[in-house]
Design a protein around this ligand. Structure first.
Ligand code: GSH
Length: 206
C-alpha cells in the first residue's frame, strides 16, 4: 500500500490514520505545483486528478477523494471505526461536512483573494467549526478514541492556525490532545511540519 501526500495538505489525515492503524505502508511526497513525485514520477500519470490524497492498494487499485480514502482506511482497521449501527454513517456525515464545508471554505486562504474575501472566509470557518464544538462525544468527536474524522478535522485546525482563523475553545483542547498522539507526531515529523506541530501542541495566545 502506498500513500501519495503533500506536506500540510488534506492527505495528512490519511497519513495519520495509516500510522494509527499500525499497518506497513509506503509514502511518497508530491509537489503539487510541478505534479512530480519525490522520485521524479509524473503524478498525473498516477491520477489524472492531479491532487492528493492518493492511496494505491496492494492489488494496484488507486483510491482518490479524501472521504473515500478515509472511509476505506476506517473500514479496514476496526480501531478507527465508530461503534454502533450508525457509526459509519455518522463518520461519513462528519467527513463530508469537513470536506465540502470546512475544507472548501479555506479556498480563499490558499489561493489569490482579497483581504475582504479572506476575512469573510475566516469568519465562516469559525462558524462552521463551532458545530463540532457542541458535539464532542468524549475526548474525541465520537467518544474516547479518535477516528478518521478527528484526523481530518485536525488538519483543518492546522490550517486555521496557519491563517490565524479563530477556533472555538472546546476544539482547542481537541487539537492539543490530537497533537500529542504518536501517530500525529510521526506523520507531521515525516512531512517536515515541526513548527506546525509545536504550534498545534500549544494553547492559542490570548
Ligand atoms: N476532491 C479532493 C480534493 C483534494 C484536494 O483539495 N487536495 C489538495 C490538497 S489539500 C490538492 O492536492 N491540490 C492540488 C491541486 O488541486 O492541484 C478530495 O476531497 O480528496
Amino acid at each position: 500500500m502506498k500513500l501519495y501526500y503533500s506536506p500540510l495538505a488534506c492527505s495528512l489525515a490519511d497519513h495519520i490514520a495509516l500510522l494509527e492503524a499500525g499497518v506497513p505502508f509506503e509514502r511518497e511526497a508530491v509537489d503539487l505545483k510541478t505534479k512530480r513525485t519525490a522520485s521524479g514520477a509524473d503524478f498525473v500519470a498516477i491520477t489524472r486528478k492531479g491532487y492528493v490524497p492518493v492511496l494505491v492498494l496492494d492489488g494496484g487499485e488507486i483510491l482518490t477523494e479524501n472521504i473515500a480514502v478515509l472511509d476505506w482506511i476506517a473500514s479496514q482497521y476496526p480501531a478507527l471505526r465508530v461503534d454502533g449501527p450508525l457509526g459509519r454513517t455518522r463518520t461519513l456525515e462528519a467527513l463530508t461536512y469537513i470536506s465540502t464545508e470546512i475544507h472548501r471554505a479555506f479556498k480563499p486562504m490558499w489561493h489569490q483573494s482579497t483581504e475582504d474575501e479572506r476575512a469573510k472566509a475566516s469568519h465562516s470557518i469559525t462558524k462552521l467549526l463551532d458545530l463540532f464544538a457542541a458535539h464532542l462525544a468524549g475526548d474525541y468527536l465520537f467518544g474516547d478514541t479518535p477516528g478518521v474524522a478527528d484526523f481530518y478535522l485536525f488538519v483543518m485546525f492546522l490550517w486555521a492556525r496557519r491563517f490565524r482563523v479563530s477556533v472555538p475553545k472546546p476544539l482547542e483542547t481537541l487539537r492539543i490532545r490530537l497533537a500529542t498522539r504518536p501517530a500525529v507526531r510521526g506523520a507531521m515529523e515525516h512531512e517536515g511540519l515541526f513548527q506546525s506541530l509545536r504550534d498545534a501542541s500549544q494553547p492559542d495566545a490570548g
